[in-house]
Design a protein around this ligand. Structure first.
Ligand SMILES: O=C(O)COP(=O)(O)O
Ligand SMILES: [Mg+2]
Length: 218
């Protein structure tokens, strides 16, 4: 048994079910533009590439799209989302117990998400998760996002280890591709949003239920 030197988690659809708050903020924007609301499943299918893509896909799904609409909608989205980031968002069942167990085993933990850094940190703080993580890396303007390997590599060096001795845990094809680009072993949480086509994840590296997650055996 080899215990990884660090474990890094994706946030939306992996540690937390955040889609209902993302849906609420998106639908405030759509209502302001006199457009129809989007249902939860559609919003879920738009999550994982960052808030800009969520807004862009929501606009394109409901009508006209151009750069100035995107800029206006993104500003309005962020204003609304910042007020309600944890109104409905909760950790998946078993996440807290799993993080507790990993901390008790002295495994350094991190978060690497395409959500902007500030909201990502606030969500972790408001849900009582911050104390489990040594590093929280989110998206920054004009900095490459996942599936570029840079954010995950930044997180891993912040945790003082190397890609081959780490594990990345995510719920989407973007996370799978990020891990591959970064040469980091990957575990798939298949109870999350599962966006995109995820190939080549052996069943022993997938889990549906956090109460059954076992990262201490690589
Ligand atoms: O799409 C987002 O905003 C973030 O998604 P992630 O936490 O799954 O990277
Ligand atoms: Mg995700």
């Amino acid at each position: 048994m080899t215990i990884p030197e660090a474990i890094i988690f994706d946030l939306d659809g992996t540690l937390v079910h955040s889609a209902p708050d993302l849906q609420a903020a998106t639908n405030v924007v759509l209502a302001a533009l006199d457009r129809a609301p989007l249902d939860l499943q559609t919003i879920i299918s738009f999550i994982g590439d960052g808030v800009e893509k969520l807004v862009e896909r929501s606009l394109k799904a409901t009508g006209e799209f151009n750069d100035s609409l995107q800029a206006e909608a993104l500003t309005l989205f962020l204003e609304n989302y910042e007020q309600n980031m944890t109104t409905l968002t909760r950790p998946y069942p078993g996440v807290v117990e799993c993080l507790e167990q990993l901390c008790a085993s002295d495994v350094p933990l991190g978060v690497c998400t395409n959500k902007p850094t500030e909201p990502a940190r606030r969500i972790c703080a408001e849900l009582g998760l911050t104390r489990y993580f040594n590093v929280i890396v989110g998206a920054e303007p004009n900095v490459a996002k996942k599936p570029d390997p840079a954010p995950l590599h930044g997180c891993i060096s912040g945790l003082g280890t190397t890609p081959d001795k780490s594990v990345y845990v995510g719920d989407s094809a973007i996370d799978f591709q990020t891990a591959r680009n970064a040469a980091v072993p990957f575990r798939l949480f298949s109870g999350g949003y599962l966006n995109g086509k995820i190939l080549d994840v052996p069943t022993e590296n997938c889990f549906r239920d956090w109460t059954e997650a076992d990262f201490l055996n690589r």
